[in-house]
Each structure stands twice: as C-alpha cells, then as structure tokens.
Design a protein around this ligand. Structure first.
Ligand SMILES: [Zn+2]
Length: 226
C-alpha cells in the first residue's frame, strides 16, 4: 500500500502498477479482477471501511467487488449508468464489440459476480473528502473523484499512465475496444484537466505528479490526432 496523501493510499494489485485500487477516507475505490480477492482483503484488513465505490463497472475494476462488500459488510456505490452492469456482473456488455475474444476472455477470467448497488452517485456528490466528477465516455456511468484540499484525483480509466500491452509507463487514452464513446471520453479528459489536480491516480499505471502540465500537453496532442 503506497501513501499518496493524508488518508489516501494506492493499492497496486499487479506488478508495475498494471491494475490499481485506492483506499481514501475509509472508502474503497475499485476492486481489481476476480483473483485479486485475497490480496485485497489482506490489504484492507484492520481498516474501518464505509463503502466500496466504483469508478466504473469493468472486469478489471469490479472483479472482487462482491467479495469485498460481503467480507467487510459494506455497500456498493457507482454511477447510475453503470449500475445494471455492476449488479448483473456482465460487465463487458457495453464494449463496442462484446463478442470480441478479449471481451469473452475478460468476462470469463477477470469479471466477478454482480452485487446490489445501494446508491448511485452523481456530479457533486461527496465521498469522504472527495467530490464526484461525472466523466462518461470509457463507460456511460464512469466517475472520477477529486479532493480539492490536496489536489488528489482518482481518475479511473479516463486516461491510463501505462501502455496496456507492454505495461510501459506513459499517458494513453483507454483502448477503443473497451471504450463506449472515445470522443466523449476525450471531453472528460479536458474536464479533469480543468480541475487542475496535483496528483493523478490512475486505474492503470503509476500515479503522476502533474508538475509540467504533462496531461494537458498529452490532451492537446490527442485532440489534433482525433
Ligand atoms: Zn481498466
């Protein structure tokens, strides 16, 4: 567990920060893939947990959600438009081609069972000291979470800081094959930049101290190539 700021921790679930989850103010953000269950339970043991929150319902973010909610007896929260998938467990349903072999593979080996969503979150809601930011595009109900006090941003998959194939660090947009609306997602990138976050915490890849406007430069480059 890596401390990012007061009461905010990154929990890398795979080598090279390939899949991350976060613990902040007693809230658990995301839950890796199904087989991460024991690792997550071990990492969270001893903490007083309030709820488990999803940035989005995809197989590499809610794989162990049901296990965590049941083990720690906490409710599951997510964006309104991701609710059905979080509850059914059929989390690849919104992929542009959900019959793609990668989608089938992820559904079989990564996705966990669905779990009842107790509350849906919308723009401006509070999760501890974090404000909910609606960032649709990668999924319809994708959410990011911003702490204005210390500039920590839990990004989800609006952007990744890793090449998902090579695991090499670097900014990337999420792959189109897993993204329902890439154009809308790019608008969500801009929305996050405008918050002027200090630390970007990604679903994939190492956290980024945005000292040189790297994210804005990346976004400008992407806008041109889009
Ligand atoms: Zn992801």
């Amino acid at each position: 567990m890596n401390k990012i700021a007061t009461n905010t921790f990154q929990i890398p679930l795979m080598p090279r920060n390939a899949i991350n989850m976060y613990l902040a103010d007693g809230y658990v953000f995301d839950a890796g893939i199904k087989k991460n269950k024991n690792r997550i339970i071990k990492a969270l043991n001893g903490y007083e947990l309030k709820a488990h929150v999803l940035t989005h319902a995809h197989p590499d973010h809610n794989g162990a959600s049901k296990a965590i909610c049941e083990y720690f007896n906490v409710p599951l929260w997510c964006g309104e438009k991701d609710k059905d998938r979080a509850e059914s467990g059929y989390v690849t349903d919104e992929y542009p081609n959900n019959q793609h072999w990668l989608a089938k593979l992820q559904n079989k080996y990564w996705a966990g069972a669905g779990y009842k969503v107790s509350k849906t979150l919308k723009e401006g809601d509070k999760v501890g000291s974090f404000t909910v930011i609606e960032t649709p595009g990668h999924t319809s109900g994708h959410l990011s979470f911003f702490n204005e006090n210390d500039g920590v941003l839990i990004v989800g998959d609006v952007l990744t800081n890793m090449n998902l194939l090579t695991t090499r660090a670097g900014l990337h947009l999420p792959p189109n094959i897993f993204t329902v609306d890439p154009e809308l997602n790019l608008k969500s990138v801009k929305k996050l930049i405008d918050l002027n976050p200090r630390i970007w915490c990604f679903g994939h890849g190492p956290t980024l101290l945005n000292t040189d406007n790297q994210v804005e430069k990346f976004h400008n480059k992407m806008i041109k190539s889009f």
